[in-house]
Each structure stands twice: as structure tokens, then as C-alpha cells.
Design a protein. Structure first.
Lengths: 112, 117
């Protein structure tokens, strides 16, 4: 059974810092991995999608990497801003059934 | 990007009543939608897969008669919480993928905060 873990559960950094969020999964036979952002009381916003054949994806200040063999993905946020404060969730898709298995999230606070 | 819309965003209902939540794909047709539940400060748990024109597939432990799902068209799935109780209070979110774009990326609605009093 696939299990997705995110570390740390919470992170507080001063504005301007570069930071890394971690996501690990127990079954490496994933279809793809997706990073989401969730603001309090809101839905999920898709940030980056990495297919199983890819090693990284970039969007603006965000860079996500994928190492299937070790069951890990990282989300790198450069030059963090207070507006980046949110919960970041990673989710893996195992097959064509489209089901997503989520990690428990990392709550990020970027202090001005 | 694709847009998935949920309605209502918040609902308060009395214990014993039923509540319907709608999930719409606004600019694409979704043969499959998903319903998730999220407890405070917890991750999302998949409740069921909604299939257009057929019965929903429920995850283990989810009561079918409690959470009724209807996917009557390619752009609309509804989740009805029947005979709601305070323990059903939660954040419910739906998602869909775009079949015309290979169904690779999941798009989520804004979520519905249900409070049962």
C-alpha cells in the first residue's frame, strides 16, 4: 500500500530564504507526482506536475525534483515571500485510475 | 488552466438533514471526478470516484448510503450527505482531470466547508 510522507510538518522561515520541502513515497511505481498549495479554508492549487519519466519541473521560483528509485521528491522555493505562506501538499498517482494519494502536508510560514 | 467549481463554499445544516454539494468542470468535460474529505490540519482522504453515467466507486470505509454521489452529466457531479450528523462536519473537495489532455493533471474545486449543528 502506497504511503506518502511529508517532512517537515511545519516550517517557519524569514522572508528571502531559499527552502526545500520534502515528500517521500514507499512504492516507486508511480504514474506521476503533483505538488499543490492550499491556503486556509480553500481548495488546492496545482503548482507542478512531474511525470514518472521526468526528473524535475520548474515554474517561476518553484522547482520540483523527482527521484523515483529512492521514492523522493523535493519542492524548492527560491527567495521566499510572505505570500508563499500556505500548506504544501504532494500527491502521487499510481496508475491510470487517476486516484491521488496525498501526504499530510507542510505548513509554511514566511515571516516578513 | 482547467477550472473546477464547487458550490456552496460553506454550508451549515441541522443534524438529520441532507446537504448537496455540486462540483462542475467549467471548461472541459470530465468523465471521472473525485470526492475527497479533509479533517482540520490533516491531509485529503479519497472518499469515492464519480463516474459519468454509472455508479460511483467508494473507498473502503466510506458509507455509500451516507454519501450519495450522482454524476449525471459530463460536467457535473454531486455529493449528498444524507442525514448529516456533527461528525460529518468537514471540508469536502472535488477534483477532475482533463481527458483531452491525457488526464495527467488533477484540478481541484475550492472546497465546501460543511458544519452540522
Amino acid at each position: 500500500k502506497q504511503e506518502v510522507t511529508q517532512i517537515p510538518a511545519a516550517l517557519s522561515v524569514p522572508e528571502g530564504e531559499n527552502l526545500v520541502l520534502n515528500c517521500s513515497f514507499t512504492d516507486s511505481a508511480i504514474y506521476n507526482l503533483q505538488w499543490f498549495r492550499q491556503d486556509p479554508g480553500k481548495g488546492l492549487t496545482s503548482l507542478l506536475l512531474i511525470q514518472s519519466s521526468q526528473r524535475e519541473q520548474t515554474s517561476g521560483r518553484l522547482n520540483a525534483s523527482l527521484d523515483k528509485s529512492s521514492g523522493r521528491s523535493t519542492l524548492y522555493i527560491a527567495a521566499s515571500q510572505p505570500g508563499d505562506s500556505a500548506t504544501y501538499l504532494c500527491a502521487v498517482r499510481m496508475d491510470s485510475s487517476y486516484k491521488l494519494i496525498f501526504g499530510s502536508g507542510t505548513r509554511l510560514l514566511v515571516r516578513p | 488552466g482547467a477550472v473546477v467549481s464547487q458550490h456552496p463554499s460553506r454550508v451549515i445544516c441541522k443534524s438529520g438533514t441532507s446537504v448537496k454539494i455540486e462540483c462542475r468542470s467549467l471548461d472541459f468535460q470530465a468523465t471521472t471526478m473525485f470526492w475527497y474529505r479533509q479533517f482540520p490540519k490533516k491531509s485529503l482522504m479519497l472518499m469515492a470516484t464519480s463516474n459519468e453515467g454509472s455508479k460511483a466507486t467508494y473507498e473502503q470505509g466510506v458509507e455509500k448510503d451516507k454519501f450519495l454521489i450522482n454524476h449525471a452529466s459530463l460536467t457535473l457531479s454531486t455529493l449528498t450527505v444524507t442525514s448529516a450528523h456533527p461528525e460529518d462536519s468537514s471540508f469536502y473537495i472535488c477534483s477532475a482531470s482533463r481527458p483531452d489532455r491525457g488526464n495527467t493533471e488533477a484540478f481541484f474545486g475550492q472546497g465546501t466547508r460543511l458544519t452540522v449543528v
